[in-house]
Design a protein around this ligand. Structure first.
Ligand code: MG
Length: 390
């Protein structure tokens, strides 16, 4: 058994996945140590975490909060840094073994690239990284000692179903989806849902961006693209299955027709524990599944008409090139505008469709071309917004 303490860098330690990762680190002090913690702007919580976990470094991406963080950690033996470049430095420090990419959105891309180039194990929670640049990331990983262990519950489930199997004998991925809080609403009712309705998610405790993405099923579209790259599976071999109880975390069908499923309570601590401990399984003190409590587990097909963003994700990955990057950028603008009350829920897919159609397509973009595509798609989406916002 590997008894060396794993040194963990958490990108986005103050968010939902970040704080739950720290719970796991605190649970196994003889296995894990938090070495680097980073946050976008929640410097107060970052300082509190730093005082508790004593990392070597902390980084605040939004430099405006650097003086406050520095002041709050005066007297601690912790290096305090500011700015996005410092995050890339943080993930490549020699002491680090595992980088948990728990930040939200496009911001995860460049630090993840830096961590892969430095040969770190990536515990991947930032799905946008693979949505935007799956092909490049996959190639970089194949050329480096780095390895990606998924943190997302569905991808952790698929990964676990594939342990001990030949990848070539997997026929199909069955990606489960809760269906979000609006699963039962009519197309007409969807037009009038509010931010408050959307943030009131039953399997909740996620950040606002992920919660809106879950409600629109964009999140599942991103997860499909993530699965395409993580498991080398073409999009027509990935089927989305709505399973509102979120007990089956995903499944793999094999060439003999047999299906393996991975089940558990819907609690992100479980896949985080698996990703940090892999290939070991670490004993848990809670979070055990009592199937008798769940009288019924149901499965149904998703409604692509009511949730067009899910279909657009399939369009984007089939087209390839910079199209998934465009999809992601447009969606970031759409979610932000919806959260600010500038557009309605069903305007988000319209904005995304427009941006996908209007942004120049590039078949084989390199990283620089994707960075440029991201800016261009953001600008086109914002122009649409200026014309259509309330
Ligand atoms: Mg998920």
């Amino acid at each position: 058994m590997d008894t060396k303490i794993r040194q963990i860098a958490i990108l986005g330690s103050t968010g939902s996945i970040g704080t739950q990762t720290l719970d796991i680190i605190a649970e196994y002090p003889d296995r894990f140590k938090a070495t680097v913690l980073t946050a976008r702007h929640n410097w107060e919580l970052l300082a509190e975490q730093a005082r508790k976990f004593k990392p070597l470094k902390v980084v605040i991406a939004d430099e405006r909060h650097y003086p406050q963080l520095k002041e709050a950690l005066a007297g601690e033996d912790i290096e305090v840094l500011g700015g996005p470049k410092a995050i890339e430095e943080g993930v490549t420090i020699p002491e680090g073994d595992v980088v948990v990419t728990a930040m939200v959105g496009y911001s995860g891309l460049l630090p993840t690239v830096a961590a892969i180039k430095a040969g770190k194990t990536i515990a991947l929670a930032n799905k946008e990284t693979l949505v935007v640049a799956g092909e490049i990331i996959t190639r970089l990983v194949s050329q480096s000692p780095s390895e990606i262990i998924p943190v997302d519950s569905e991808h952790s489930a698929i990964f676990q179903c594939l342990v001990g199997e030949k990848r070539s004998q997997a026929n199909k991925i069955l990606l489960t989806a809760s269906g979000g809080p609006f699963r039962k609403l009519s197309a007409e009712q969807l037009k009038n849902v509010t931010v408050k309705d959307a943030l009131n998610h039953p399997n909740g405790d996620m950040g606002a961006k992920v919660t809106i993405d879950s409600a629109s099923m964009m999140n599942k579209g991103f997860e499909m693209i993530e699965a395409r790259w993580l498991f080398g599976c073409p999009p027509d071999k990935i089927e989305v299955v709505v399973h509102p109880q979120s007990i089956v975390h995903s499944m793999v069908e094999f060439i003999d027709g047999l299906v393996k499923a991975q089940l558990g309570v819907p609690d992100m601590h479980l896949p985080i524990r698996y990703a940090l401990g892999y290939p070991e399984r670490l004993p848990a003190s809670k979070g055990f599944l009592s199937l008798a409590q769940y009288a019924t587990l149901t499965f149904e097909a998703p409604d692509y008409n009511k949730f067009p963003l899910l279909g657009y994700a399939f369009d984007a990955i089939r087209r390839g090139g910079n199209m998934p990057c465009i999809l992601n950028a447009a969606n970031e603008v759409g979610v932000d505008a919806f959260l600010k009350g500038m557009i309605g829920f069903t305007d988000m897919p319209e904005l995304v469709r427009h941006t996908m159609d209007a942004t120049p397509f590039i078949g084989e973009p390199d990283l620089d071309a994707l960075v440029a595509t991201n800016s261009e798609a953001l600008a086109i989406a914002r122009q649409w917004l200026d014309k259509h916002k309330a």
